[in-house]
Design a protein around this ligand. Structure first.
Ligand code: BT5
Length: 323
């Protein structure tokens, strides 16, 4: 962690308050003059910092750059966020987290990027990932489960994402099976979970979470599959990416703890409480074949149960559209 990050971590511990030059120089083990130089660098980066003789320094506004120290300060989680890696640019945070997983990075490692050049959606699709506005996160987990159970973790990340979006915005966010988060019927976040393992054993799982936070209408491509939005568009004001990253990490940590202790069923119940599909007429695109029917619920593995022509069909993968 570098000195600038440590200073930001200290500011975050006392939001809106002065931190004395003395305290910073002690925490960093450098002179007061060196502290002043670091403050100047932070100001050049866009941090608005007030300096008052005899009181110290106070952070007035931040450019919302992703920095591990700010994200980890007082995070107090069990597993998720123990290590946080922030990249200025990534091809895809999922690919970076996968690489870290192969190199033995600890469970709970979070990879964030300011922008992605090859943001991945499902089935080879692209995830639009402009710089400076959104959250692109991948979380490395090493759960003691079977490969066939790995899709359960998609529900863990979906519940964390929908609850974090609802909490930061106060808006009613909903989940759509299997991996979309919507506000007012428009997609605000998507999930892409990937696994490394053999037939009997999981090495690790990467939970990829993309959330449109401050993206503006002109930043969306025209040919999106579904109507899309961002938290800022819906709310009429921007939200802090750092605050959101912290909320999301805490939620994920709570839910992953619940999953480890009590298994999948409490996660599934919580997911259902955020979903409006149950009881509704839908059309499911099963890789080109269309199925119409009424959603009757989820099976214990998280598959969608659709009643169609008097028959109950279990859908394990596909795109669902309410009719
Ligand atoms: C998803 O795929 O929804 C999964 C998205 C996962 C993105 C995260 S970001 C962090 C991590 N690192 C990665 O590389 N990926 C994960 P899918 O359901 O296939 O949706 C993709 C489709 O949504 C595209 O084909 C577009 O039509 C549309 N789309 C692309 N970018 C979008 C955006 N930013 N917001 C809303 N819709 C978008």
């Amino acid at each position: 962690m570098d000195a600038r990050e440590k200073i930001l971590g200290l500011f975050r511990q006392k939001p809106g308050d002065f931190v004395s030059g003395e305290q910073i120089s002690r925490a960093l083990g450098v002179s007061r003059t060196a502290v002043w130089k670091k403050i100047r660098i932070l100001r050049d980066l866009g941090y608005e910092i007030e300096a008052v003789t005899s009181r110290g320094y106070r952070l007035l506004a931040s450019p919302d750059l992703l920095m591990p120290a700010e994200i980890q300060s007082d995070l107090d989680t069990e597993v998720v966020g123990g290590k946080v890696v922030c990249l200025q640019q990534a091809d895809s945070t999922n690919m970076r987290a996968f690489e870290l997983g192969e190199q033995g990075a600890p469970e709970g490692t979070v990879v964030l990027a300011d922008s992605q050049s090859l943001g991945k959606g499902r089935l080879g699709r692209r995830w639009e990932s402009p710089a400076g506005v959104n959250l692109y996160a991948s979380v490395l987990l090493r759960p003691a489960i079977l490969p066939m159970e790995a899709s359960q973790l998609t529900f863990v990340s979906a519940v964390a994402a929908v609850e974090a979006v609802a909490e930061i915005s106060g808006l009613p966010a909903r989940v759509k099976w299997p991996n979309d988060i919507l506000i007012g019927g428009k997609k605000v976040a998507g999930l892409l979970n990937e696994m490394s393992g053999e037939s009997e054993r999981i090495n690790f799982v990467v939970l990829g979470i993309g959330v449109n936070l401050n993206m503006q209408p002109e930043q969306f491509p025209e040919d999106l599959r579904y109507p899309a939005t961002s938290v800022a568009i819906e709310l009429g004001r921007p939200v802090s990416r750092i605050d959101f990253a912290r909320l999301l990490i805490r939620r994920l940590d709570d839910l992953y703890g619940l999953y480890r202790r009590e298994g999948f069923s409490p996660i599934l119940r919580r997911w259902e409480s955020h979903c409006d599909l149950i009881g509704r007429q839908v059309e499911v695109d099963l890789n080109g074949r269309l199925l119409r029917g009424t959603v009757s619920g989820l099976d214990p593995q998280g598959g969608l149960l659709v009643d169609s022509d008097g028959e109950q069909v279990q859908v394990l993968a596909g795109d669902v559209r309410p009719l």
